[in-house]
Design a protein around this ligand. Structure first.
Ligand code: FNR
Length: 342
């Protein structure tokens, strides 16, 4: 029951702490194109993450499951929204559900609601190959996300303290399962060094989970007596994470995430090099505070706005959007310069 309580607290504190918008997107400016030579009807939002084909570059990122009735209801609604809006969707960590039959319903419902959609399974890097296979089978997943959340665990009083051999286990999972493996962060960002190691063991995509949106150090600090305040500003922003991986690690797809809230954020993440963009906290807030109809309306508008932005830039496809000219200024520019990437 401790774990179920934690899942509900994560939702409650994620909503309470909100999204900081420190993700760095204000540093990214598109070069205006007065002759885009394209019509809105020619814009195609389809994309690829490795071998996975998605009809939209936007997907609902991993959040919840296994916390009883409340999380079952949220997952059922998210799955319905994903189906109606044609979005891929990741489930929250399935670790508890592997050992507890009762926890499984809130995951199974996602596949029941969305029979033919693209769904990602989700486990931590402590998982074995056998656990990964069971998590994939549980929801007939099209891909597996493995989350890396060292700082979150360290701030969590009951969290893990031993992070040895995670890369080795990830490599074994990549070899042992039949679906593509995506490795993700949870709001602390990802460096080019980490991405290169993951690409070298066969991970098809890294989800940067950048700093600047949902802040799990703040969320976990709400749950403990002595705050570890130094972790609340810890991490690499979403823009620097995407940019440094895109410019130095060619053999991996990039998923941009961490604080994505509107179509301009989506377009900028893709223009920096992402193939797809995950949204978690913003989607959760709309669903819980404004309702399912409002969430679906908002996603329709996101697609409409992205189409308009791509038209203005003369980018008919996501592949073309990845190559439009842009200027990087401010802290993102400074970071890339210091890291020798400019
Ligand atoms: C998460 N996130 C998450 N990630 C993961 O891999 N497994 C999980 O179980 C969860 N659980 C979870 C619960 C809640 C309530 C939230 C808000 C988020 C992290 C999520 O997928 C994402 O990486 C971060 O939230 C950063 O993205 P946003 O929220 O800034 O768009």
């Amino acid at each position: 029951m401790e774990r179920a309580k934690r899942k509900l607290e994560h939702i409650e504190y994620a909503l309470a702490t909100g999204q900081s918008r420190l993700h760095g997107f204000d540093d990214i400016v598109f070069v205006h194109n007065s002759l885009p030579d394209v019509s809105t009807t020619q814009i195609n939002l389809a994309t690829q993450i490795g071998e996975l084909s998605l009809s939209s570059p936007i997907f609902i990122n991993a959040m919840t499951g296994g916390g009883g009735e409340a999380t079952l209801k949220i997952n059922e609604q998210l799955a319905y929204v994903a189906k109606q809006c044609g979005l891929a969707m990741a489930v929250g960590s399935q670790m508890a559900a592997l050992n507890d039959e009762r926890e499984r319903a809130s995951f199974a419902v996602i596949r029941q609601v969305n029979r033919d959609g693209i769904i990602f399974a989700n486990l931590g890097s402590e998982a074995t190959v056998e656990q990964a296979k069971r998590a994939i089978d549980m929801i007939e997943a099209n891909a597996l996300q493995i989350h890396l959340n060292v700082v979150q665990e360290l701030v969590m009083p009951e969290g893990d303290r031993d992070f040895s051999k995670a890369l080795r286990r990830i490599e074994q999972i990549v070899r042992g399962v039949e679906v593509p493996v995506i490795v993700k962060e949870v709001g602390f960002g990802m460096s080019k060094e980490t991405a290169a190691k993951l690409a070298n063991v066969g991970v098809i995509a890294v989800d940067v989970g950048g700093f600047g949106g949902t802040n799990f150090a703040r969320i976990e600090n709400e749950r403990r007596a002595r705050r570890l305040a130094y972790f609340e500003r810890w991490g690499m922003s979403t823009t620097v994470s995407i940019a440094e991986i895109a410019q130095t690690v060619p053999n991996v797809s990039i998923i941009g995430s961490g604080g994505i809230q509107n179509a301009l954020d989506v377009a900028k993440a893709i223009a920096l090099g992402a193939s797809a963009v995950g949204m978690a906290g913003y989607v959760l807030r709309l669903l819980v505070e404004e309702g399912i109809e409002k969430l679906m309306e908002e996603i329709t508008l996101l697609h409409e706005d992205l189409t308009l932005i791509m038209t203005a830039l003369g980018a008919k496809t996501i592949a073309k959007l990845q190559r439009v000219p842009l200027v990087i200024r401010g802290e993102t520019h400074h970071w890339l310069h210091e890291r020798g990437i400019d």
